[in-house]
Design a protein around this ligand. Structure first.
Ligand code: ADP
Length: 741
């Protein structure tokens, strides 16, 4: 054997299947090939490793084509009792060594990853034993003295310490949210109560986030059982008050592992009984079950799975005999690695804490944003309408939109209104953006005026890109005085930030502008400073991914190149991330622009691959990449020059990207940020402060910055922030686009 033999990487999915595993599989295979490795898929998890034969197959670039949009895992997964035995693992080692595999990437839950670690620790002994038994030769034994393993966590439950999200959790949340939306739309017309049971084993993530996203009225999670033994009464009181105030439907979400403080299970059936007995409500139970594992992966699971897969290969190639095995995860919006067994141990500690009734500990171990989400939900469900004037420093809070419509705007307004009303503030809704503030188109909002807004797309208050100028500022100042507005919450995009900055910087001329102002980022373009993500961007990404899935399906019969134009204005976020999530070969970004020479090179590359049997090519172009080389121009160029090799079609996705009901992620972030904004404005009022600020999420945490800093955070002449975290992901997109020539 030559010393320059390619490294052989084995790859398996194990344990429960989860949407997004295929994205990781695809990225692992293609990154491995690009790095000059041979990649083997081990079908049916550890069972395939033990059985060997055709269950361990060498993959090529094409074997993972067209799988990004498929749920589950194309290489299969299984539980393998055999792998729990040393005998089984010895057989597995023999099968790997027969193919020269001693690098392994395992996608699975804590069980699967523990199995991998046991295998790794035993490996030298297993090799020695196989050599002694004559099953492998001396050279094989010497070449494979250690097993390099890397883990990715695939689990819909999101129950793993060491990563903020597991592969599949976001898609499961999509299924839960879709189901809740469908169920509550009938509940509203029948005045019923629904109890929905969601999965998660001992982790309440899906229940909690599903409850926020579906605007449930009560939730039960394993980590934080009801504080009183009389949970029945607490729940019934909250639901009754809601009803008395006009709410038509009631929704209770219960995690499958929910329990009371004594460790007794709280089941959907019990909840139904309580509601029927105490409230006399017609109550229906829906147990979501395996629906949550089904369906297409969400945009997030596709791009995250892709990034995790790419990084897993990099990590496994770095691994040496002495390195501690690691998992690749996502932390605070960045791909990170963490020690595998430490994460497994922590994961098990949380489960043990729950089993031992140590609930504070379990909540603390889940991490800050989990507890914060729980507090937010509790605040919202316990908010009791209406107690105007109860606050010691009551706000007369004006809420206004500005910019293009973004899914999640309504969700944000609802949360802000209910929080404010609960705390005794008065909320004034400004219609049609800053135009409405100029014209005095302002009405008081109450608890019920935002009923149903949690789940609907669009912006019911109306929005546009008006930025007030000159005399209009006088009119705004007059209306602020006339309506007694003493705080302003702007939920919107770049024009809103500019407008608020304008009011802020003209305070010396208009004393009326001396009120606390805060901007909340809501724009599908994700082009706002101070926040890594803006409300609406995740929904838009899902809309794009969905549209591209359909477009790809339309091309089964011919050789075709699609040029898909997406929105984003001066910001390439949607283009790049949808490119990663759909497997586009080429992504055109306004940050990079495009030259004729680039287009010529792309064309040559396409011709090269179509000549070799390629059937479909996907290019994603941001709308403002280049004012001259438009989408139409590119299509004409490719069509003319591509000639007989392929046809070209364009798809300008347009406004469908701004529509649709907000995704679970957008609903959750919208709720989270709205609650923070109201708290911040109330704090300003209490302390007599008049901060001009904008809120955002950075590194998974909420931050509030001063409007003073706004100009320096933006790029000159372009409506995009100077710092864009996702630009670092461009390399991955490049590596996965074509096989190395
Ligand atoms: P998950 O990976 O989703 O937690 P399981 O706990 O069922 O799912 O584990 C999947 C497979 O991983 C098991 O069927 C078994 O083959 C392997 N496995 C789990 N735990 C161990 C262990 N302690 N030792 C060896 N193999 C294990």
């Amino acid at each position: 054997m030559s010393a320059h033999q390619a490294i052989k990487i084995g790859l398996l999915t194990s344990g429960g299947d989860a949407q997004g595993m295929n994205a990781a599989v695809r990225a692992i295979v293609r990154t491995g090939i690009s790095r000059g490795c041979e990649v083997f898929a081990i079908y049916e998890g550890y069972e395939g490793m033990i059985r060997g034969g055709d269950l361990i197959r060498r993959m090529n670039w094409e074997s993972v084509g067209g799988i990004l949009q498929r749920g589950g895992t194309i290489i299969g997964t299984a539980r393998s009792p055999g792998f729990r035995t040393r005998e089984g693992r010895l057989q597995a080692a023999e099968n790997l060594l027969a193919r020269g595999i001693s690098h392994l990437i395992v996608i699975g839950g804590d069980g699967s990853l523990t199995g991998a670690d046991i295998f790794r620790r035993e490996w030298p002994e297993l090799v020695a034993e196989l050599y002694a038994a004559g099953a492998i030769d001396a050279e094989t034994a010497q070449r494979h003295t250690f097993l390099a393993i890397v883990g990715l966590v695939g689990s819909i439950d999101n129950d793993f310490a060491g990563t903020d999200m597991t592969i599949g959790a976001d898609s499961a949340l999509h299924r839960i949210t879709e189901a809740i939306d469908a169920i509550t739309s009938t509940a509203a017309s029948h005045q019923r109560t629904f109890v929905i049971e969601v999965m998660g084993r001992s982790c309440g993530y899906l229940a909690l986030m599903g409850a926020i996203s579906g605007s449930a009225d009560w939730v039960f999670i394993p980590e934080s059982p009801p504080e009183t033994d009389d949970w029945q009464r607490a729940m019934c009181d909250a639901l009754r008050i809601g009803r008395e105030n006009g709410r038509r439907d009631s929704l209770v979400v219960v995690a499958e592992g929910a329990q009371d403080r004594n460790g007794n299970a709280i089941t959907a059936q019990q909840i139904k009984q309580v509601l029927e007995e105490h409230l006399g409500e017609d109550t229906r139970i829906t147990i979501l079950g395996h629906v949550q594992r089904g369906g297409v992966p969400s945009a997030f699971d596709r791009w995250m799975g892709t990034l995790l897969g790419y990084n897993a290969v990099e990590e496994v190639l770095r691994t040496t005999a002495t390195s501690e095995p690691r998992i690749i995860g996502i932390r605070e919006n960045r791909i990170t690695t963490a020690p595998l067994m430490k994460c497994v141990a922590e994961t098990r500690t949380i489960a043990a804490a729950i089993a031992n009734h140590e609930y504070e500990r379990a909540m603390a171990l889940r991490g800050g944003s989990f507890s914060e989400a729980f507090r937010t939900l509790r605040t919202l469900v316990q908010a009791k309408p209406p107690r105007p004037g109860h606050a010691p420093h009551p706000l007369r809070l004006a809420i206004i939109h500005s910019g293009g419509p973004a899914p999640g705007m309504n969700t944000t307004v609802r949360a802000a209104v209910r929080m404010s009303v609960d705390q005794g503030h008065v909320v004034l809704g400004v219609r049609n953006g800053f135009q409405g503030l100029i014209e005095g188109d302002i009405t008081e909002m109450n608890w019920m005026s935002v009923s149903g807004w949690a789940t609907t797309g669009g912006a019911d208050l109306g929005t546009n890109r008006k930025i007030p100028q000159g005399a209009e500022l006088y009119q705004i100042a007059r209306n602020i005085e006339r309506f007694g507005i003493n705080a302003l919450l702007m939920i919107g995009g770049w024009s809103g930030y500019q407008a608020c900055h304008k009011l802020f910087s003209e305070r010396h001329i208009f004393p009326a502008f001396n009120i606390p102002i805060i901007c909340l980022p809501a724009s599908i373009d994700n082009n706002l400073p101070g926040s890594e993500l803006s409300i609406g961007a995740d929904t838009a990404l899902n809309s794009i991914v969905d549209a591209v899935d359909r477009i790809k399906q339309s091309a089964v019969a011919s050789r075709r190149c699609f040029v898909v134009e997406v929105m984003g204005r001066d910001c390439g976020y949607l283009a790049l991330m949808s490119g990663l999530a759909t497997g586009a070969e080429r992504v055109y970004l306004p940050e990079e622009g495009v030259s004729l020479r680039d287009l010529q090179a792309d064309l040559d590359e396409m011709v090269h691959w179509f000549k070799r049997g390629k059937r479909l090519s996907l290019m994603i172009r941001n709308e403002k990449t280049n004012p001259v080389y438009t989408t139409g121009f590119m299509v004409a160029l490719f069509e003319e020059e591509g000639g007989s090799y392929f046809e070209v079609r364009q798809a300008i996705l347009g406004h469908l990207q701004q529509g649709g009901n907000p995704s679970p992620f957008d609903r959750i972030q919208a709720t989270r940020l709205a609650v923070k904004c109201v708290e911040f404005l109330a704090e300003c009022a209490a302390q007599g402060r008049t901060d001009g600020s904008f809120i955002g999420i950075k590194g998974g945490r909420v931050q509030i910055l001063s409007l003073e800093d706004l100009p320096r955070m933006m790029e000159r002449d372009h409506a995009r922030p100077r710092e864009q975290w996702w630009m670092g992901l461009r390399d991955v997109a490049k590596i996965l686009r074509q096989p190395p020539t």
